[in-house]
Design a protein around this ligand. Sequence first.
Ligand code: PEP
Ligand code: MN
Length: 269
Amino acid sequence: MLVSTETKKEPTIIEVNGIRIGDKNQIAIIAGPCAIESEELMDEVASKLSTMGVKILRGGAFKPRTDPYSFQGLGKEGLEIIRNSADKYGMAVATEILDVRDIELVEQKADILQVGARNMQNFGLLKELGAIKKPILLKRGLSATIEELLLAAEYIVSHGNPEVILCERGIRTFEKETRSTLALATVPLIKELSHLPIIVDPSHATDKKSLIEPMTKAAIACGADGVIIEVHANPEKALSDAQQQLKPEEFKQMLENLKPIANAVGKTF
Ligand code: PEP
Ligand code: MN
């Protein structure tokens, strides 16, 4: 397997906007709202995150919602909004690609194309993403094994794109207190099995505001190359994932609290 440490020993480092994702001395921080809701929201969040040193802005224009009647994202307009906000504040864009038909559009506006949990085994999409020249953030499927995650990454890499960032975002178990169960053993295990970077999404894994900071600390402590966290200017009013998005001030405080943990494992952000 191309993604295996047996094939390539040195870690794959993916450089985005000056951040070296996969560098053993760095933690990549990706933050932003769940969905791009408006120009005002994106501008406010990007402006605040950029002052905290965040270099990669997230936000969904195409939202994979369980309920077909809930907010589906702003689509093309959303992509333009996030691109403009990111450019204004010197940030890169990470955004989800839901459909092969939108690849050209998303590729034009994004610096990192995210494949969400629900699409991890959309093999047609994975093959097409193998043909593009931008990093892919591949999230673990809701009920995918670690082997299946690596095989999904193999689809992208074997089709020509070596820049894949893996993401542990929790899996579905019998537990109902958290939306998913954050399987942190994935992080050190992936480090044994693969040279690809692995980041953690404590926001979707827990779906509970109070759990984001402790699980982010744990993710850093166990060797994650980065974290992706949802931050919204006004979480109570968010059109999706209102219960787990952090306010910019809360996120700022959390970043401060993460520093000793990062230092303890020899990393900075
Ligand atoms: C997201 O990151 O916007 C998202 C929908 O996450 P996941 O695919 O992990 O559920
Ligand atoms: Mn979300």
